[in-house]
Design a protein around this ligand. Sequence first.
Ligand SMILES: [Zn+2]
Length: 247
Amino acid sequence: MLPDLDRLIRLQRLDNTASDAQRVVDAIPSRIDALDSQLAAGTKALDDAKRRLDTKRAERADVEKMLAAVQTRLSRFREQLMAVKTNKEYTAVQHEIATAEAQVQGHEDNILEHMLDLDDLTLAVKAANDALAASKVEIEKTKAALLRERAELEQTLGRTSAERDVLLATIGAAAQALFARIAKQRNGIAVVEARDGLCSLCNVRLRPQVFNHILLNTELIQCDSCNRLLYHDPDAKTAPTPPVEAS
Ligand SMILES: [Zn+2]
């Protein structure tokens, strides 16, 4: 194989490794943000559940106050009943007592309903609290793993960069310049395999005499369509031969 071609293939592999690593590193902050949002959502769910519980408790306290007021009124009416002089007064106080008793019943029913609701809301607070605690543990673990992954990838980036410098020093100036120009135009990918008569990246069908030259790996040959440098990998598994179309 042409030595520069061999080195450019290795250079491209290093660049691919580095760009894959860089892509993952670049995505880590947004993955951490997503975990923080998940945590914030759990905290909000707990706060909401606590607020609903507090509201319900305050409502029950209000009903208890109203109940106490009606009970005070009821005792006063019962005392008045002892002191009434006329039938008319008696009937009027009896009527007040009946009204107050109905109110007591209403408030007591209301308090019972509130107690059932309070049980549900207390359970909901506990569930939200447990869920938050579990998700905190999970999120911390995931974050730690992401930070470890980032540290490893940064090592990979440092290593590939050092290897790249060493390799680059061995490549001829013209080949280096060609690689750099194509990489710049083609999103960092300057060298690709030609396989089954096709450029493996842009999939254009290569002219047979061009492909035959590529098979030799003795020249720097560019794809007519995407301009990338093409090489042949004798160890690559070829795809099954597509059926020949009738013409
Ligand atoms: Zn191509």
